[in-house]
Write a new protein. Structure first.
Length: 288
């Protein structure tokens, strides 16, 4: 059964921030998407309980951390010039606070940032990012790159399973089919036993490309199947994507997950977390 997907932009975005340098890039991307999609933006920050300092007078005790941080955050966000932006600072475990607020405001997309290795500028996943990726019922956009332009080249990783339909469908919803590349990592089984390995692999590649186009047609329609770029390569998906992202200057990779049960990425087996960790660009995680 063919499903035609039209552009379906989120009406409510949520940015999870720790107010550190790790989330500056995510904040910039959240503001850009909020403007482009005319979506409301809620910014949420979680704080731990502030303990009183023993043997200190009252005026040297810490103020209510949540209220102080919220006031500071609202001042900073006011400079963005967005008409519909809301700041919330709550006490609790970050992932739990973010998911609770996301449900309350009916967020359709959660954005968050990553830590960085200053020496190598490598993005480092934290516990909050991992928990959001595993538990969120709405897509999670993990922002790694500085904002220079709207998303251009977008790669949808797929193993052509029913599970991976969600990634392609949501990518088409958000960005349209024009800039999408469907990326399928395959394995040339028994190639080493073939007399003409090149011809064997070429035939397998042709079949895989046709399967990808059939997959696109089933998810996004005939026009998308005819125009969308398809990339089929042999090898491990995470290693191939890491190189492809670097060589082709990819802005965003989209992957599907099954959420709380099993591995983070049933799509592409056990390598989905490695894709999230290894590629240098932003990653959109879509729950199937």
């Amino acid at each position: 059964m063919t499903t035609e997907f039209k552009m379906k932009r989120p009406r409510q975005l949520l940015l999870a921030t720790d107010l550190g340098a790790r989330c500056d890039r995510a904040l910039d991307r959240a503001i850009q998407l909020s403007r482009a999609w005319h979506a409301a933006l809620t910014v949420v920050h979680a704080v731990e309980q502030v303990e009183l300092i023993d043997d200190e007078p009252s005026w040297r005790q810490p103020p209510d951390a949540a209220l102080a941080i919220q006031a500071e955050l609202e001042d900073e966000l006011g400079e963005a010039g967005l008409s519909s932006i809301d700041a919330r600072v709550l006490k609790g475990k970050p992932s739990e606070v973010v998911l609770k607020v996301a449900e309350e405001v009916e967020a359709e997309l959660i954005l968050t940032g990553v830590k960085r290795d200053g020496a190598l500028e490598k993005a480092l996943l934290g516990d909050t990012v991992t928990e959001l990726a595993r538990q969120s019922r709405v897509p999670v956009l993990v922002v790694k790159k500085r904002l220079r332009k709207p998303y251009g080249r977008i790669v949808v990783a797929t193993d052509l399973s029913e599970l991976s339909r969600a990634a392609l469908a949501r990518a088409v919803d958000l960005f349209g089919p024009d800039n999408l590349v469907v990326f399928h990592a395959s394995f040339a089984h028994f190639a080493s036993r073939m007399d003409d390995r090149v011809a064997y692999e070429s035939e397998l590649r042709s079949d895989a490309i046709q399967n990808c186009r059939d997959f696109i047609r089933d998810v996004a329609g005939e026009e998308a199947a005819a125009t969308m770029e398809v990339m089929v390569e042999y090898g491990e998906p995470d290693l191939l994507l890491e190189k492809y992202v670097q060589d082709k200057q990819v802005d965003l990779v989209v992957v599907s997950t099954r959420g709380r049960s099993g591995l983070l990425g049933v799509l592409l087996g056990s390598v989905a977390m490695r894709i999230l960790d290894s590629v240098a660009c932003d990653v959109l995680i879509v729950r199937s």
